[in-house]
Design a protein around this ligand. Sequence first.
Ligand code: NAD
Length: 495
Amino acid sequence: MNDVLPAVKTFLASQPLKMFIGGRWTEARSGKTFATLDPGEGSLLANVFAGDAVEVDAAVTAAQEAFQKSGWATMPVNDRAVILHRLADLIDKHAEIISQIESLDVGKPRSQAAAFDVPHSAQSFRYYADLAVHTRRREPIAVSGFDARTVRLPYGVCGFIFPWNFPFLLVGWGVAPALAAGNTVVIKPAEDTPLSTLYFAKLAEEAGVPAGVVNVVTGLGETAGGALSRHPGLKRMSFTGSPEVGRLIAEACGRNLVPAKLELGGKGAAVIFDDVNITAVADALAAAVTLNAGQVCCTATRWLVHEKVRDEFIQRATATMSGLKIGYGAMADTNIGPVVSEKQRARVLGYLDKGVKAGAKLLLAGGRAEVKGHEHGFYLKPALLTGDPGNICARDEIFGPVAYVMTFKDEDKVIELVNSSPYGLANSVWSNDLDRANRVAEKLVAGNSWINAHNLFAHGIPYAGCNLSGCGGGVLGPETLADYLRNQSVVRVLA
Ligand code: NAD
C-alpha cells in the first residue's frame, strides 16, 4: 500500500466508514462495525459500520420518500438522463481513484479494474440513460371499441444485494437501469468489498441525484442482506451471488410477493474443436480462467477438447497458465491477484483436495502461492485437472483459478456433456467452421453462448443465466430497462 493516492487516503481516513442513507452519511445505531481487508496483504484496509434491520428500514423509508417527493420518479426522462450522464462522467473523472479502491478491496490487478470494471460501469449509466430517453412511455393499443394505451411507470424502491467479485461493475450493470427508469434504490454491497459502492454513493450525491434516491447499507449477509430481502417496502429485488443465498432471497421476497431477479453462479464450458489455432485458444482460455483470480461467475472452467488436439492443447495451456505473473494488484505486471479472502482460498484448496481424492489427475498442481513482500496475501497458483465428468471439480463452481479438462470426439456427445451441468450461465464454442459453431452454440443450454471467445460483454446484448444460474431477465440488455418499468393499461370505452 505504498503508492496510495491522496484521494483514496482521504476517503479511507475517517473510519469506521459510514453508510449513505437518505442523503446523509450515517453510523450504525448499534455501533457495530466490520473489517474489510486488503487481500493482497492479508491486512486491515478499513473498518466499516455494520448496518442491520434498523438501517435497512431507514434506507427503504428514505427511498420510499424520495420516490414520492424528490421529483426523481416524475421528472422528464431527459432531465434524469442528464444527471445519470453527469454521474457517468464523474466515474470516468475519478476512474484512477475507484480503480485503486477496487484493487485494494478485491485484490484484482488495478490495471484490470481501470481497463474494464470502472469504464464499463460508467458506460452502463450512459447506455440506460439514453435508452430510457428513447423508450416510449405511452404506447397506444389498437383494439376496436376502446381508447386504450399502456403507460410505463417506475415501480418504487428496488433492493440490490451484490457479491464481492466485481463490486463497482455490478453496481453499474444492476442499478443503472433501475435509476434510469425512475426508481429509487437501496444497495447492500458484499461485506468483503463494500468500499467502491460507498464511493459510488459519494459520486451520485455529487452528480445531483436527489437525497434518498441512492442508499447504501453496508453490513453482513444474514443481518443487513437478510433484512433487505425481507423488507415489505421493496417493489423489486435484484440479487447477484451464489445459488444457495439466491434461494433464501427468492423465498424471502416470495413471502412479500416481491419479484426477484437472480444472477447466480456458473460452471461454464468451452468446447474446442480440432480445426482451431490451438495456441491462441489455449492462451485465451488460460486468460479467461485466471481473470480476477478465477472469481468470475461466467468463466470457462470445463474445457472440453477434441481428442485429436488434447495433448497439444494441454501442453500449451499448462505452459501459459504457469507463466502468468501472480502478484499484488498494484503491480503493473500482475496477471493474477489474490483471491478475496482466506476463506475463499481455503475453499479452492479444499476443492482441489476433494477432486484429487475422488480420482481427478492434476495436470498443473495449483496450491498456495507466495508473493515476495506480500507473504500474508491470499494468493493461489492456477490449477488444471482432468478426469471423470462426474468429479466434484468438474461439477461444482469452485470460484478460483481452476479448470477441468475433458475430451470428446462426437458433436452430440459434447453437447450432452455441456448440458449435463445444473448451471446455465455461459459457454463458448471454438471452431473455424462457423456453421458448426453456430449450430452447437444454439444447442448449449445457458443464457450466453459465445463463439471463438469467452467472457464477452456489451451494452445492448443481454447477459443472463438459466437453471441454477438465475432467473428474472439478467442485465445489460434493453429488456433490463423494461424490468424496472411497470405497465399500466389506461382504457376508456368508446361510445
Ligand atoms: P454470496 O451469495 O455468498 O453473497 C452475495 C451477497 O449476498 C453478499 O452481499 C452477502 O453479504 C449477501 N448474503 C449472504 N447471505 C445472505 C442472506 N442470508 N440473506 C441476504 N443476503 C445474504 O456470494 P459471493 O460469495 O459474494 O459471490 C460469489 C457468487 O456470486 C458465485 O456463485 C458467483 O458465480 C456469483 N456471481 C454471479 C454473477 C452473475 O452475473 N450471474 C456475477 C457475479 C457473481
